[in-house]
Structures are given as C-alpha cells and as structure tokens.
Design a protein around this ligand. Structure first.
Ligand code: IMP
Ligand code: MG
Length: 191
C-alpha cells in the first residue's frame, strides 16, 4: 500500500527559502522585480519567498496545465494569462516543481515573446533525473529531489493535499525514505 511520508520538513523549507531569498536579493539589488507565480502549485512557496525579498516586487499570476492526476498529458494549456505587460521588466517565474521541463519550456517560449528585460526561473523542487526538455534550466533551485511523486506545500494529486505544511512523497509503506531525507538535509548551505 502507498503511504505519504514527509520528505521536507517545515524547518528545512524555511531555512532553504531564506537562503534563496538572500541570493535573489543580492542578484536583483537596486532593481524592480516582477514575480510571476504559476498557479496553483507555487502559492505557498511564492508567499513565503516573496515575504523575504527586500526589493520592489510586483506580483502577477498565470495558470497553465499539463497534468491530469499523476500522468502528464503532453499538452500545455494557458488557462489564465498575465494581467500586466512584462515588456522591459525583470521577471522571475516562481514554480513549485520542474520535472520533464515541458511546462516551463513552453511557458518560457511564450513569455520571451513579451520582451522582458530579463527572464529567470526559480523552482522549489527539481526532479532533475526526469528532464527531457533541453534549454530550460532553473536559475534558482530549492531542493533537487529523486524521481518520486510529491505532494503538499502547494502540490497536489487531483487538487488534494496542497495545504500540507510539509513536502511529502507517496511511497510503498515498507520503503525507507531516510536516505532521501538525508539527501535533502545535505543540500542546505551551512552558513
Ligand atoms: P513538467 O512539465 O514535467 O516539468 O511538469 C511540471 C508540472 O507538473 C509542475 O508544475 C507540477 O504541477 C506537476 N508535477 C510534476 N511532478 C509533480 C509531483 O511530483 N507532484 C505534483 N505535481 C507534479
Ligand atoms: Mg505546477
């Protein structure tokens, strides 16, 4: 039977997001930043991250879909578009997870046409082993994770589990996730 086990605790999420925010603050020092959140998965990450930014931040949102249940459909649809123009803006796209890269590759093609001054990508989780799309790599990554289906902290299966405060993974009840948890812990920069 598959069960949900904690992969990333609230403590580690907060620690890593603080580190990411520090890096973004340095990189965009003295500049305005337009943050585009990709609904709905990014909401918890986006709110925690942007509250730690010491910059002039504007928020906008998009909704795209490429998944049905646990399976990818291969198609990327824009279900909700930006409210404001990003022409000449420094844009940071914030997303929950990059997997094959298909969703974000398509989205970036679309956003580049709108002529932003700069366009970067920040993801909480990177399932790097699953990448099939070339030419799309995140500029900021919270955690690199193994190829496991994750839920919580914004991420769902058929709209459920988004409100879990931790990132959990679905594994067989006998599977030991201690190694994965240890791998996550090691990714925190010690300062
Ligand atoms: P990609 O197009 O394969 O990179 O998939 C990216 C999108 O798929 C993300 O924005 C998520 O919405 C969804 N996704 C991929 N992996 C997971 C997962 O493990 N849990 C929940 N959603 C996922
Ligand atoms: Mg998503």
């Amino acid at each position: 039977m598959e069960v949900s086990k904690v992969l990333i605790t609230e403590h580690y999420l907060d620690k890593r997001i603080t580190q990411l925010a520090r890096q973004i603050n340095e990189d965009y020092k003295g500049k305005d930043l337009t943050v585009i959140g990709i609904l709905k998965g990014s909401i918890y990450f986006l709110t925690d991250l942007t509250r730690k930014l010491d910059l002039d931040v504007s928020l906008d949102f998009m909704r795209v879909s490429s998944y049905k249940g646990k399976k990818q459909t291969g198609e990327v649809k824009i279900k909700m578009d930006l409210e404001n123009s990003i022409k000449g803006k420094n844009v940071l796209v914030v997303e929950d997870i990059i997997d094959t890269g298909l969703t974000l590759a398509k989205l970036f093609e679309y956003l580049k046409i709108k002529e932003p001054e700069s366009l970067k990508l920040c993801v909480l989780l990177d399932k790097y082993e699953c990448r099939t799309e070339e030419g799309i790599e995140p500029d900021y990554v919270g955690f690199r994770i193994p190829n496991k289906f994750v839920i919580g902290y914004g991420m769902d299966v058929d709209e459920k589990y988004r409100n879990l405060p931790t990132v959990n993974c679905f594994v067989d009840e006998n599977e030991d996730t201690e190694k994965d948890v240890e791998g996550i812990r090691k990714q925190l920069v010690r300062k």
